[in-house]
Design a protein. Structure first.
Ligand code: KIV
Ligand code: ZN
Length: 389
């Protein structure tokens, strides 16, 4: 992990918050494989699970901890002694162990979920962070539902967490409620008002209930956060978490406008996305940014024509940059003559102008009746035409 202040630490929680998505559970072997892939991609911190939740989760965290070399391995713990003890034991064998402890700080959570008042929550913050520091030097503290928390109380909690030894302060938008300007402003105000705020790394953790998780994470970085918590494919509770691949590419593609970068090898993004989808059985939506099947596919005639002239007309990044082999010009009823001619040439056909017109007309008739026109359809269509059928 770099100490460079313009480098953003990527904290991947696919195996913890991602796995909390109903139906997305992973086996030990799947998690081990994923941990290796994430480490090879350049992820800085991996949240491998919630050790107190089950024996299986404990085993996953401790096995990943014992195998990881340069990546920080983190286990989650509520602010209860037994959770912290289990997390401490689970990460003990890691070269770079971290305990991530959290407690809710918003009025609605404190009243209905915790049934605790502000003083009791403050006491738990100090106690849990101090206990965690008894196991590891690297302790992250999170204020669950931070974005619906009273600002002064949030400052007091973060203040105490830092004074008790937390080295990362995470400000989760637990229910995806925040808007970008608001989230950015929250970091700016926290960093300004919390004592010794420069002693900790500030972190974003955004959920996607309003579809704003990535935008909010980037806004948080603009407000001073230097760690971003995210998951592959945006996997996570309800509408999911901020998608790692989108954050990485939003920063990279717009480096003209954004001073911060991650250390992620983006050419592995497509592979990571496919593997997480296979493991969890959660399909990636076709039009998903960066890793969706259609992210580099063009069907309309106008776009295909533009792409054939210069790929910057309709693509802001190269497919190879994210590990996709090539742009695809999909032939369908909206495709134009240029794309059709290009396809024929790629398939090895050279037709004169009349034959091309004829083939194009036949192709359009077929495309009106058939949703997907495959290479085999075009080969059959042209072969029939050339043989006079
Ligand atoms: O969304 C959330 O608040 C969390 C915490 C446990 C960090 O996942
Ligand atoms: Zn979360």
């Amino acid at each position: 992990m770099t100490e460079n202040n313009s480098q953003i630490r990527i904290f991947d929680t696919t195996m913890r918050d991602g796995e909390q998505s109903p139906g997305a559970s992973m086996t030990l072997n799947e998690k081990l494989e994923l941990a290796e892939l994430l480490e090879s991609m350049g992820v800085d911190i991996i949240e491998a699970g919630f050790p107190a939740a089950s024996i299986g989760d404990f085993e996953c965290v401790s096995t990943i901890a014992s195998r990881a070399s340069k990546i920080v391995v983190c286990g989650l713990a509520r602010a209860v002694p037994r959770d912290i003890e289990r997390a401490g034991e689970a990460v003990a064998k890691a070269e770079r162990p971290r305990i991530h402890t959290f407690i809710s700080t918003s009025p609605v959570h404190m009243k209905h979920k915790l049934k605790m008042g502000e003083n009791a929550v403050l006491e738990a913050v100090g106690r849990s962070v101090s206990q965690a520091r008894g196991y590891v030097d690297d302790v992250e503290w999170s204020a669950e539902d931070a974005t619906r928390t009273d600002f002064d109380f949030l400052c007091r909690c973060a203040d105490l967490a830092i004074a008790s030894g937390a080295t990362t302060i995470n400000i989760p938008d637990t229910v995806g409620y925040s808007h970008p300007e608001e989230y950015r402003d929250l970091f700016e105000r926290l960093i300004k008002n919390v004592s010794n705020s420069d002693k900790a790394i500030w972190s974003t953790h955004c959920h996607n209930d309003l579809g704003l998780a990535v935008a909010n994470s980037i806004a948080g970085v603009a407000g001073g956060a230097r760690q971003v918590e995210c998951t592959i494919n945006g996997l996570g509770e309800r509408a999911g978490n901020a998608a790692l691949e989108e954050i990485v590419m939003a920063m990279r593609v717009r480096k003209d406008a954004f001073a911060y970068q991650t250390g992620i090898d983006a050419t592995k993004l497509s592979r990571a996305s496919k593997r997480v989808s296979q493991i969890t059985g959660f399909p990636v939506q076709y039009n998903k940014a960066i890793v969706g099947k259609n992210a580099f596919a063009h069907e309309s005639g106008i776009h295909q024509d533009g792409m054939l002239k210069n790929n910057q007309t309709y693509e802001i990044m190269n497919p190879e940059d994210v590990g996709v082999s090539a742009t695809s010009l999909v032939l369908g009823k909206l495709s134009g003559r240029n794309a059709f001619r290009d396809k024929l040439e790629n398939l090895g056909y050279e037709l004169d102008a009349d034959a091309l017109n004829d083939a194009f007309k036949r192709f359009k008739d077929l495309a009106d009746k058939k949703k997907d026109v495959f290479d085999e359809d075009i080969i059959a269509l042209v072969d029939d035409q050339l043989s006079g059928a």
